[in-house]
Design a protein around this ligand. Structure first.
Ligand SMILES: NC(=O)c1ccc[n+]([C@@H]2O[C@H](COP(=O)([O-])OP(=O)(O)OC[C@H]3O[C@@H](n4cnc5c(N)ncnc54)[C@H](OP(=O)(O)O)[C@@H]3O)[C@@H](O)[C@H]2O)c1
Length: 202
């Protein structure tokens, strides 16, 4: 069965996902609500953190933690071992397509190949569900989230709205019209607002 897919995004008042200091502590504290089995992340989100991953403490995999699955059709991510050792995830899984460039022959990174030139997101979620995942949390700046929204694969959306106007950048919804059913609102110190929605299907 396909897992429940939730996406949480830190956004500015003008709906951008970067260009401001997101409250990471609050963001990840709230994200623990879902106790996801799989954290689904796009390659660009990982690449934006690679320097931080390299210099962070590496206590080792957390067996009870979720699996980190990275959509990486072009095999751009390099810090797999650092990600695995970060102490949050139990393991990593590279999501590749048929046309993904060759990996080093001695690579030990577990991988799953779907799609021709790009990872097939529908098939990925079906396979993760078959492997026992019940909840997948998407951590995306908008690229991967947009693709999942287009495919109507997102069940729940949470926006952590920061009281800042960036004044430039692309909105997380990128011109999409969405039907959202409110599922809860909380206000936190510093003017942060957490909005949760169920995402409607067409
Ligand atoms: N505010 C937040 O909550 C938040 C959260 C995470 C990240 N961020 C920030 O957002 C930025 C990165 O976000 P992003 O939106 O550029 O990238 P992203 O969310 O990491 O998504 C890009 C990835 O999605 C893949 N993808 C997109 N459409 C696809 C499709 N139809 N089929 C298969 N794969 C598809 C891309 O594949 P290809 O490789 O084939 O292009 C790429 O790997 C960084 O600056 C990061 O710091 C913000």
């Amino acid at each position: 069965m396909r897992p429940h897919v939730v996406a949480q995004v830190a956004v500015s008042l003008d709906a951008t996902t970067s260009g401001f200091d997101a409250d990471q502590a609050r963001f990840y504290a709230l994200a623990t609500l879902w106790q996801e089995d799989v954290t689904l992340v796009g390659a660009d989100t990982i690449l934006a953190q690679e320097t931080a991953v390299r210099s962070a403490p590496h206590p080792g995999p957390r067996p009870e933690g979720p699996l980190l699955a990275v959509v990486d059709s072009r095999a751009r991510v390099r810090e797999w071992e650092g990600l695995r050792q970060l102490g949050y995830w139990s393991d990593v899984l590279a999501l590749y397509a048929d046309q993904t460039p060759d990996r080093p022959p001695d690579s030990t990174i577990p991988e799953l190949v779907t799609g021709y030139d790009r990872v097939d997101l529908v098939e990925i979620l079906d396979i993760l569900g078959d492997r026992g995942a019940r909840v997948v949390r998407v951590d995306s700046g908008g690229g991967l989230l947009g693709a999942l929204l287009d495919l109507e694969l997102v069940d729940e959306l949470a926006l952590l709205v920061h009281p800042v106007v960036v004044g430039s950048g692309r909105p997380w919804f990128e011109g999409r019209a969405l039907t959202l059913e409110p599922a809860g609102t909380e206000v936190f110190e510093g003017g942060l607002v957490w909005l949760r929605f169920c995402v409607g299907r067409s």
